[in-house]
Design a protein around this ligand. Structure first.
Ligand SMILES: Nc1ncnc2c1ncn2[C@@H]1O[C@H](COP(=O)(O)OP(=O)(O)O)[C@@H](O)[C@H]1O
Ligand SMILES: O=C(O)C1=C[C@@H](OP(=O)(O)O)[C@@H](O)[C@H](O)C1
Ligand SMILES: [Mg+2]
Length: 170
């Protein structure tokens, strides 16, 4: 059974897919609030994402992220953007089964172009292109498994992507 409060849409996908950007455009278009689990984690922990990874490790970040997803799904009825690795936790995927989930797909070249040097995204430290390729290979099947809709973002502007999401959900 769906919760009484539920996001209108949950955006998933890799770093650089445009989840954060498109969430804001959708919120503006629909006139609903926007949440992003990365921003929620920064606010509740008082630390930047990169600092959490460096000081406390990825697993601790994933714990905070899983808790941020639970809170957002329970409290928020607007647009919700997840971090790219949120789907690594099976309990998060289970929760997404009751939600309307859109997978913003991005290919390797566009993702690399968009994240640049990966500043602020600690998992990309080192060879950004090689790291993104590994993450895309590992995670694409998970994004596909939780998604109700897949929207391609390569070669498209965030506005075009947001327009397709709006059309899909209208
Ligand atoms: N469709 C797009 N085309 C070009 N650049 C984009 C697109 N979507 C997002 N961007 C840019 O890519 C970068 C990463 O976007 P962001 O929304 O933070 O992605 P995510 O939250 O999925 O990691 C930002 O600089 C953003 O302006
Ligand atoms: O893919 C990941 O593991 C991560 C994605 C980031 O969010 P975006 O996907 O919004 O960049 C952020 O949560 C963190 O750097 C880890
Ligand atoms: Mg983001």
């Amino acid at each position: 059974m769906s919760a009484a409060v539920a996001p209108r849409v949950v955006l998933v996908g890799p770093m650089g897919a445009g989840k954060t950007t498109v969430a804001t455009l959708l919120g503006d278009a629909w006139g609903v609030p926007v949440r992003d689990t990365d921003a929620d984690i920064v606010e509740t922990s008082g630390r930047e994402i990169a600092d959490i990874f460096v000081e406390s490790g990825e697993e601790h970040f994933r714990d905070l992220e899983a808790a941020a997803v639970v809170a957002a799904l329970a409290e928020h009825d607007g647009v919700l953007a997840l971090g790219g690795g949120a789907v690594l936790r099976p309990e998060t995927c289970d929760l997404l089964a009751d939600q309307t989930v859109v997978f913003l797909r991005v290919g390797l070249s566009d993702a690399v172009r968009r994240v640049g040097l990966g500043v602020g995204r600690p998992l990309l430290l080192g060879n950004v292109r090689a790291r993104i390729k590994t993450l895309l290979d590992e995670r694409t099947p998970i994004y596909e498994s939780v998604a109700d809709h897949v929207v391609e973002t390569d070669g498209r502007t965030p506005e075009e992507v947001a327009a397709e999401v709006r059309e899909l959900l209208s």
